[in-house]
Design a binder for this molecule. Structure first.
Ligand code: CAA
Length: 424
C-alpha cells in the first residue's frame, strides 16, 4: 500500500443553483410519455434550465464568488484555478481565464480548464490535490476548483429528461475540513469508446444511451476492483457510496452492480442503497445532470443535509467521463460540521427557484442555443436572472461580453467585456 503523510482534500464547497427549472411531469406530458418513466424509470423530479443570460462562465462565477464570501476566503491565497467542464465556451480560451479576471485572482495563479466529459471535475480535483501535495510545507496557497456544466440534449431526444445545469466550487488544500482524500494508489480505468460526445458545431450532446450505460458500469467494476486491491478496503469500510449521476437511477444501477459483485444478501439491496447513496441524491433529482459537477453535487448534498451525523464517515466516490475515463477514490468527511454548515447553499437556492412552462422552457433553450452558434451571436438585452452576479450579454466582435450585476439595483449596471474587466 502506498501512503503519503500529508492529507489533502476539500476545505470548502459551495453550489450554485440556477433560477429556473422544468418539472419532469411537464416534459412527460409534452413528449406524450408516461411520467413514471422519467420519475421512476430515470429517478428524476425536475431539472435546471439555464437562461440566455447564463452560461457555464456565469454559473461558475456565481458558485466561486459564493464560496469566497461564505468561507471568508482571500483571493490572494489562491495559487491554482482549475475549471472542470464539458461545456467549454471557446475552442482555445478556458473558462478559468474568464473566472480569474472576474474573481480578481492574483497574477501568479496558474489557470486552466480540464476536459474529459463528466470526468472533467475529478480530473481538476485530482490535479489540484497533487499540486497541494507537491507543495506541502513550502507553499500554503490553496487551489480553487470549479466544476460547471449545462447539459442539453435535443428536444424530444431520449436524453432530454436527464438534462440539467449547475456549478460546484471547491477549495482544495491541506486543511481538508469537508473531505480528506485517502492516499491510496490511483484506481483509474480508461478505454476509448464512442458513447457520448458533442462535436464543436453542436450545442447539444450526442449519445448512444445503452453503450454509455455499459461503459459507465464497466469502468465502475474495474476501478472498484483496483481500489479494493490498492487500499485493502472493502464494502463494510464505506459508510457512504457516491456515484457520477447522469440520472439518479444510474447511481442505483452502479450501486447494484457493486452489491452483486460483493455477493451480499440481495434482500438488503434497497435498504443499503437508501442509507449509503440515495440520501445524497436529493439535489441531483432537482437539478438533473450537471456533468462534471454531478458527483460533487451529491457530496455537497450529503454534507448539507447530513450535518453532524456524517462527520468522520468514509465516502467512496465513483467518477465516470464518457469517452472514456473513470476513477474510484475515497475520502473521510471532516470532524466538525460547522466547517460547512449554512455555507453550501443548495436548500436556499432550491427555495428561490421558479418553475417554467413547457413553452418558456423551449424559448429559453432556443435563445441559449442561438447564442452559441458561430456567426449568429449578437449582443442581446435579456435582463439578468434575479440574484445573478454576472450576466452573459452575447458575443460582440467574436468576444463574449459579460456585465457585472450590481447588488444595489438603484445603481445603473456597468456593462463591459470580461476582457476589459481584466484590464488587458
Ligand atoms: N414506468 C416506470 N418505468 C419505466 C416506464 C414506465 N412507464 N417506462 C420505462 N421505464 C423504465 C425502463 O424500464 C428503464 O429502466 P431500467 O433501465 O431500470 O430498465 C428506464 O425507465 C428508462 O427507460 P428506457 O431505457 O426505455 O429509456 P430510453 O432508452 O428512452 O432512455 C437513456 C434512457 C438511454 C438513459 C437516455 O435517457 C439517455 O440517452 N440519457 C443520456 C445518456 C446517459 O445519461 N447515459 C448514462 C451513462 S453515460 C454518463 O454517465 C455520462 C453522462 O453524464 C452523459
Amino acid at each position: 500500500m502506498h501512503h503519503i503523510d500529508t492529507t489533502v482534500g476539500i476545505e470548502a464547497i459551495a453550489v450554485h443553483i440556477p433560477r429556473y427549472y422544468l418539472d419532469l411531469r411537464t416534459l412527460a406530458k409534452a413528449n406524450a410519455v408516461d411520467p413514471a418513466k422519467y420519475l421512476k424509470g430515470l429517478g428524476g423530479r425536475r431539472f435546471a434550465v439555464a437562461a440566455p443570460s447564463e452560461d457555464p462562465v456565469t454559473l461558475a462565477f456565481d458558485a466561486a464568488q459564493s464560496l469566497m464570501e461564505r468561507y471568508s476566503l482571500d483571493p490572494s491565497d489562491i495559487g491554482l484555478l482549475v475549471v472542470g467542464t464539458e461545456s467549454g465556451v471557446d475552442g482555445a480560451k478556458p473558462i478559468a481565464s474568464y473566472l480569474h479576471g472576474l474573481l480578481g485572482l492574483p497574477a501568479d495563479c496558474r489557470t486552466f480548464d480540464t476536459k474529459h466529459a463528466c470526468y472533467s471535475g475529478t480530473a481538476a480535483i485530482r490535479m489540484a490535490s497533487d499540486w497541494c501535495l507537491a507543495r506541502s510545507g513550502r507553499n500554503k496557497r490553496k487551489a480553487l476548483v470549479v466544476a460547471t456544466d449545462i447539459a442539453r440534449y435535443s428536444v424530444g431526444a431520449a436524453g432530454e429528461p436527464t438534462q440539467g445545469a449547475s456549478a460546484v466550487a471547491m477549495i482544495v488544500s491541506d486543511e481538508p475540513r469537508c473531505l480528506a482524500f485517502e492516499p491510496f494508489q490511483d484506481a483509474v480505468y480508461s478505454e476509448e469508446v464512442m458513447d457520448f460526445w458533442r462535436p464543436h458545431y453542436r450545442s447539444t450532446a450526442m449519445v448512444d444511451g445503452k453503450t454509455s450505460i455499459n461503459a459507465y458500469l464497466k469502468g465502475l467494476r474495474h476501478t472498484w476492483e483496483y481500489y479494493k486491491s490498492g487500499s485493502g478496503l472493502d464494502w463494510d469500510d464505506f459508510e457512504y457510496m457516491l456515484f457520477h449521476v447522469p440520472f439518479p437511477k444510474m447511481a442505483y444501477k452502479g450501486f447494484k452492480s457493486l452489491y452483486e459483485m460483493t455477493k451480499l444478501d440481495q434482500d438488503k439491496l434497497d435498504e443499503e442503497f437508501d442509507s449509503r447513496t440515495a440520501c445524497a441524491l436529493w439535489a441531483n433529482r432537482e437539478l438533473g445532470n450537471c456533468y462534471s459537477a454531478s458527483l460533487y453535487l451529491s457530496l455537497a448534498a450529503l454534507l448539507e443535509r447530513g450535518d453532524q451525523s456524517v462527520t468522520g464517515a468514509r465516502v467512496g466516490m465513483y467518477s465516470y467521463g464518457s469517452g472514456s475515463c473513470s476513477e474510484y477514490f475515497s475520502g473521510r468527511i471532516g470532524p466538525d460540521a460547522s466547517a460547512w454548515k449554512d455555507r453550501i447553499g443548495i436548500a436556499p437556492g432550491l427555495m428561490r427557484r421558479e418553475e417554467l412552462s413547457y413553452d418558456r422552457y423551449l424559448s429559453m433553450r432556443a435563445a441559449c442555443e442561438d447564442l452559441s452558434l458561430e456567426g449568429s451571436c449578437v449582443e442581446h438585452d435579456t435582463p439578468p436572472v434575479p440574484g445573478q452576479r454576472i450576466s452573459f450579454q452575447g458575443i460582440k466582435d467574436h468576444q463574449r461580453v459579460y456585465s457585472r450585476v450590481l447588488a444595489l439595483r438603484s445603481v445603473a449596471s456597468r456593462s463591459h467585456s470580461a476582457r476589459a474587466h481584466m484590464g488587458k
